[in-house]
Ligand binder design. Sequence first.
Ligand code: 4AD
Ligand code: MG
Length: 465
Amino acid sequence: MERTKIVDFFKHLDKLEMGGTVSVKGWVRTKRGNNAVAFIALNDGSIVHSLQIVVDPSKFDEALLKKITTGSCLHVTGKLVESQGKGQTVEVQAETIELYGTADPEAYPLQKKGHSLEFLREIAYLRPRTNYFGCVLRLRHAMAFAIHNYFNSHGYVYLHTPLITGSDAEGAGAMFSVTTLDLNNIPKTPEGKVDYSKDFFGKPTNLTVSGQLEGELGALALGAIYTFGPTFRAENSNTPRHLAEFWMIEPEIAFYDINDNMDLAEDFLKYLINYALENNYDDLKFLNDMFDKELIERMKFVLQSDFVRLAYTEAIDILQKSGQKFEFKVEWGVDLQSEHERYLVEKHFKRPVILTDYPKEIKAFYMKQNDDGKTVRAMDVLFPGIGEIIGGSEREADYDKLMKRVEELHIPEKDVWWYLDTRRFGSAPHSGFGLGFERLLLFITGMTNIRDVIPFPRTPQNAEF
Ligand code: 4AD
Ligand code: MG
């Protein structure tokens, strides 16, 4: 008999026949009951809810029933009936039970309910079996799908930029080296330096910190592209918002100025929030009720608000006049810390803020220079509870101005000559940004630690599974 997914008992009951026989497969969340009747909550990951299986113990082998414990995996066939109990509309009266896999209660780490998120992180290989992480993973999938949907329907080309790069031009963060040299026996040049000519690529290479530079090449040929892939940063920053391996979405669009770029960022984020509300309400409701009572309210609120657009210089002024005690001092020229960003968003404006026109010293070399000689056309989108969720800019399209910046920052021309060439051959105004996928998921799931929205977090001293 064909297996029915548990989601169908909650969403597509019209397709099922009451009183008919069904076949279900899944993992036991709980088993309770007495000698007269037992109730098994069965979950198969297709929805956050579990299906109630009602068992008459007199009809089954006692030894078999004993082996059915939290975490074990079952195949049940039985009769679909209206539920007597509260909390579900239908249940299944078991007729046959096949035990696929046991889970020894003495050894199974998820035997008890209500583990802390910290503990679950330590057993990340089993986290997907919990209701909360199931919600996170379904939302993660939904957001990935919605991102492709958005760009596809707006005529963007999905461009695959390399993960292994030969340049360290972006300066976005410390990089991981990629090498096949024997670290115990490193070939040296006569000057005593590492002889990279013997390495796999014949030169030093790293894992990418961003696909942007290659993305720009695509935009200046195809008009509008986006990337969506893993990025790597080796900063030793053990914060709730940083991962060493995270996913980034980077649209890049020819003929867009910074205002078009901001419009796109706002429209894109609102599309994603709306998509989650419309398609994953069960998951959001569960996370809302269990972890963050304001999650759904906050999402709806952001959907309705116009994002504030404000220049960095004005933001500094607001922060200085706020009378707020900050750990990091605020003065013109400093890079804003998340405490500053969150003050602006959560206390002052009480809605998302797009900050623009940052000092050029704290931003990347490729950003379009303003006429004041001091600031660049950067734009960071700041979100409640998170701080920076998007970083982007209009790009410097003028070869001479870009070259000047490259020289000032001592960026080796041999690393970026191919990028500079885009400004020599058919240069055009263009803009783009990077959305941190896990930062987005912090907002969408209400989780407060970035390790809780990625299946296998990579952070300093942590790459077990
Ligand atoms: O602001 P960032 O460094 O910008 C860039 O990399 C540009 N090349 C993007 C572009 O213009 N195409 O990073 C972009 C976003 C941040 O706003 C943040 O959401 C996320 O990536 N991010 C991280 N997320 C998790 N862990 C980290 N270590 C992150 N670093 C950045
Ligand atoms: Mg940034």
